[in-house]
Design a protein around this ligand. Structure first.
Ligand SMILES: Cc1ncc(COP(=O)(O)O)c(C=O)c1O
Length: 419
């Protein structure tokens, strides 16, 4: 396993303790990651040395800010292998990016007789915008179900594409609950064979694997800055030039026009057309520092490191009586492990883990339809990233074993007798 132990020192927050001296094990990375010093410094430097609004001023600070903002776009375009820098649109996050596609492309292209195909494993961010639009336009939404082993076979995807002939197939590249990665290029090619447009939600893929949008060939791809060690309030919408050119702007206002009269407006060229208002300037500068940091460490190293930790944790958790891991045993997986305990609610588990310094997440993780399909209301999720250690994975397993013991009927009786 490539040792990424040295990375830990780059993240000041990881040095803190919780509950008066308990070391922090931050295993909530699927929700949001932490930032290395290089990102924190890039943002501070922006505010300390050259911050001003971009694209507008003819003065030094505005020119410097604009240059850095556009440099960030170039770096991010290269991070995802985009053909053109202007195919990268900055949004407020993955959710905002999907909403942009729904409102702009969807509003223009989806008709009442159409179908949008999703998987049941989607985050609400890739469900609700389509439901909102369907309520207005009247198209159908179909969901690809999971098999009993939590997998989603390519054959099932092919059959669904053939039978529904969806206008759009929108799917997550990696599940934020099951820890599975899906074969994006293969599914995209199948969808294109049926004439479907493809949106890939890469919110849980971009932080952990090298992405090449040209190799994947999806029409749209989205991800969030805060999940790749970057700032909150910024996300990426990558769209193919030809599609973005044809789409109407989503938000109107300053920055997205080339001309306005009292009668109407003409839109600016890409990518400005989709960046109405003052954009996330310091956030873009922070995002550039973040993707540079990840690139220096190497996405392949990050992927292998967190997979090793997650598999170690998963193996340990599967050995504990009464603990069920919610996700496939094999196949392409990420650094996420979700689980349930036979006698403790996910929230109690997360509380007890927090007492031991472990930050894990409990609940439906914005995937209520997935949890419903699995017959669950909540799971506990541990999600690993480059700065986590094998000791933290082991600490998780030992802690869960203790918690499971504590909540079983015999454990409860023993605790009551002690009190
Ligand atoms: C798979 C997936 N898609 C979309 C999102 C939404 O991201 P954001 O809240 O940053 O917009 C998340 C966030 O957890 C996610 O895990």
């Amino acid at each position: 396993m490539p040792s990424l132990t040295h990375c830990r020192d780059d993240f000041p927050i990881l040095k803190r303790s919780v509950h008066d001296g308990v070391p922090l094990a931050f295993l909530d990375n699927a929700a949001s990651t932490q930032r290395p010093l290089s990102v924190i410094n890039a943002i501070s430097e922006c505010y300390e040395k050259y911050y001003a609004n971009v694209h507008r001023g003819i003065h030094t600070l505005s020119e410097e800010s604009t240059e850095r903002y556009e440099r960030s776009r170039k770096t991010v375009a290269s991070f995802i292998g985009a053909k053109h820098d202007h195919e990268v649109v900055y949004t407020a996050g993955a959710t905002a990016a999907i909403n942009t596609v729904a409102r702009s492309w969807g509003g223009q292209n989806l008709k009442p007789t159409d179908t949008v195909l999703l998987t049941i494993a989607e985050h609400h961010a890739n469900i609700v915008p389509w439901q909102q639009l369907a309520a207005e336009i009247g198209f159908k939404i179909e969901y690809l179900p999971l098999q009993d082993d939590f997998q989603l076979e390519t054959n099932a995807v092919r059959e669904a594409l053939e039978s529904y002939q969806p206008k759009l197939f929108a799917f997550t590249a990696a599940s934020n609950v099951l820890g599975t990665s899906f074969p994006v290029a293969e599914w995209t090619a199948l969808a294109h064979q049926q004439g479907s447009t493809v949106l890939v939600d890469a919110a849980q893929a971009a932080p952990h694997q090298s992405i090449n949008v040209q190799a994947w060939n999806a029409d749209f791809l989205v991800f969030s800055g805060h999940k790749v060690c970057g700032p909150t309030g910024i996300g990426v919408l990558h769209g193919k030039e030809q599609l973005l050119e044809q789409m109407p702007p989503f938000l109107g206002g300053g920055g997205m026009i080339s001309r306005v009269t009292t009668e109407g407006f003409e839109t600016a060229a890409l990518p400005d057309k989709f960046e109405a208002g003052t954009p996330p300037i310091s956030e873009a500068i922070g995002l550039e520092a973040a993707v540079k940091y990840l690139t220096e460490i190497g996405l392949k190293n990050i992927e292998e490191h967190e997979k090793t930790l997650a598999r170690h944790a998963e193996h340990g958790l599967r050995q504990i009586d009464g603990v069920s891991v919610i996700g496939p045993q094999s196949g392409e997986k990420t650094g996420i492990v979700s689980f349930v305990l036979s006698h403790a609610h996910a929230h109690d588990v997360a509380h007890s883990l927090s007492d031991r310094g472990i930050a894990a997440r409990a609940g439906h993780h914005c995937t209520m339809p997935l949890h419903h399909a699995l017959g669950l209301t909540a799971t506990t999720r541990a999600s690993f990233y480059l700065y986590n250690t094998l000791e933290e994975a082991e600490h998780l397993v030992h802690s869960v074993a203790e918690i499971q013991q504590k909540f079983t009927p015999t454990g409860r009786r023993r605790r009551r007798r002690k009190q």
